[in-house]
Design a protein. Structure first.
Ligand SMILES: NC(=O)C1=CN([C@@H]2O[C@H](COP(=O)(O)OP(=O)(O)OC[C@H]3O[C@@H](n4cnc5c(N)ncnc54)[C@H](O)[C@@H]3O)[C@@H](O)[C@H]2O)C=CC1
Ligand SMILES: CC(C)CCC[C@@H](C)[C@H]1CC[C@H]2[C@@H]3[C@H](O)CC4=CC(=O)CC[C@]4(C)[C@H]3CC[C@]12C
Length: 414
């Protein structure tokens, strides 16, 4: 079978930036009941693997928005798990509740930029899922720090695998490795092979592109013991779901504005979104299948996708915020684009002027405006063809879970 992943490879140049620049299918439609039913009615091969809890997994960034879902998904869906190591700069208190289960949960407070800390955490792990990263498109951190965490941190993870003999590495990349690009060209329902000029200037996509390249190039390197490293990269589009900070920010902004949000982006601009539970599920499946399908999957990239509808960023958010009492005002943008661009530029100036006094990092800046205002959607089945991925959560379930979570945020704010 030929290799895939030529077109929207995301290996295009960073024109600026730092320095320049044995699948267990889910029981469909049963949601959280799946694992319980699998215990009651084990599938062929299941009893064997349940008895052989032998694998050690490491999740970097395991206390982040996505990382927490990956951690919980592994505990629910990976019967071979013996020990789960969670490595993060900031450990969450919720980790305590996981420590009473059958799998040994080891919380490691550490920094991916510190090679020795990473090597100590990786040593003895069979699989590393590297989700840790600095997600900053608002100018909160310097480009150098973003580069250090996202690129050097990833380099440290790769070297730790090589030095300690860990063979399987799953990297959380991003749609941003591909685009939208600086020209604002649309990427309409594209797949991993769709040609697209992946050229970026912003430190975040630059860092993700460089890190992804490192991960893919490391595929096949000999690790301690002489066996080859098998790597692959997952590219989520905009992730939503329980714990999504930006959704929370929009919700609070709407409350402050008397239950209203004002349309800024034309409804015709599609923005790709994927439910966090499905992104986590895809990570778990890839981690499981990398060993058995190394020749096919090694060095590959996969977009993370599910059945979430294609909509504009704001209309999509309203799927959750609407049932929580917010209203999106306007069928068309209330302000002309040039004025939004002006306000976005003004925000950059204010951020710079205020930096000595305080951190001013609003949602609107020229980069986020360009992101929201450029069509970027994915339509692919590569993950299904390569490792049997089907979304674990339907759109209805993803929506319901997210709405419940926003409602709980509201409850806790009162
Ligand atoms: N949120 C989104 O829409 C998307 C996120 N991604 C990628 O998914 C991954 C996870 O993102 P989120 O969960 O949204 O972000 P997050 O900020 O919630 O989680 C990142 C985690 O990494 C940890 N971390 C940061 N710097 C670290 C360091 N130096 N050492 C150790 N841990 C460190 C943070 O403490 C945090 O727990 C990132 O790699 C991001 O680039 C990709 C596509 C979309
Ligand atoms: C007020 C504006 C007009 C609207 C601002 C919306 C923006 C804050 C968000 C629009 C698109 C988002 C990004 C996109 O979903 C892709 C991403 C991928 C990642 O890897 C990290 C997160 C993000 C950059 C995401 C961030 C918020 C937006 C820019």
């Amino acid at each position: 079978m030929g290799r895939e992943g030529g077109g929207a490879s995301g290996r295009g140049p960073c024109v600026a930036g730092p320095g320049a620049c044995r699948r267990q299918p889910p029981v469909a439609g049963l949601g959280g009941l799946g694992p319980w039913l699998q215990c009651l009615f084990p599938q062929p091969g299941m009893a064997d693997s349940a008895q052989a809890q032998k694998l050690v997994y490491l999740v970097t960034g395991g206390c982040g928005f996505l990382g927490e879902h990956v951690v919980r998904m592994l505990l629910q869906q990976e019967p071979q798990l013996r020990e789960l190591r969670i490595f993060d700069l900031h450990l969450g208190p919720w980790l305590e509740e996981l420590k009473t289960g059958p799998v040994q949960v080891t919380a490691i407070q550490g920094d991916v930029t510190q090679a020795h800390e990473v090597a100590a955490a990786v040593a003895g792990a069979h699989v590393v899922i590297h989700t840790a990263g600095l997600v900053d498109v608002f100018g909160k951190t310097s480009p150098e720090t973003i580069h250090e965490v996202n690129v050097q941190g990833t380099r440290n993870v790769i070297e730790a695998c090589v030095q300690t003999g860990t063979r399987f590495l799953v990297y959380t990349s991003s749609m941003e490795v591909v685009g939208p690009n600086i020209k604002g060209q649309p990427f309409y329902r594209g797949n991993e092979n769709t040609p697209y000029e992946a050229v970026h200037r912003h430190p975040y996509p630059c860092s993700k592109a460089l890190a992804e390249q490192l991960v893919l190039e490391a595929n096949g390197r000999k690790v301690l013991g002489g066996l080859p490293l098998v790597t692959c990269a997952l590219r989520p589009t905009g992730i939503y779901g329980e714990g999504h900070q930006i959704m929370r920010d929009f919700y609070h902004q709407g409350l402050r504005l008397g239950g209203r949000l004002f349309r800024a982006i034309p409804a015709s601009v599609e923005h790709g979104r994927v439910y966090v539970g499905n992104v986590a599920w895809m990570h778990v499946l890839v981690a499981r299948e990398l060993e058995h399908r190394a020749a096919l999957m090694g060095g590959q990239v996969y977009f993370c996708y599910d059945n979430s509808p294609y909509k504009s960023y704001e209309d999509f958010n309203m799927e959750f915020l609407g049932p929580c009492g917010l209203r999106l005002v306007g069928t068309r943008p209330l302000l002309p684009y040039w004025l939004l661009l002006f306000l976005a530029a003004l925000n950059v100036l204010l951020q710079w002027l205020l930096r000595p006094l305080l951190l001013y990092a609003p949602l609107l800046n020229p980069y986020t405006l360009a992101m929201a205002n450029t069509t970027f959607t994915v339509s692919t089945d590569k993950a299904r063809r390569h490792f049997g991925y089907e979304p674990l959560f339907s759109w209805e379930e993803s929506r319901t879970r997210t709405i419940r979570w926003v409602q709980a945020v509201e409850g806790s704010a009162q």
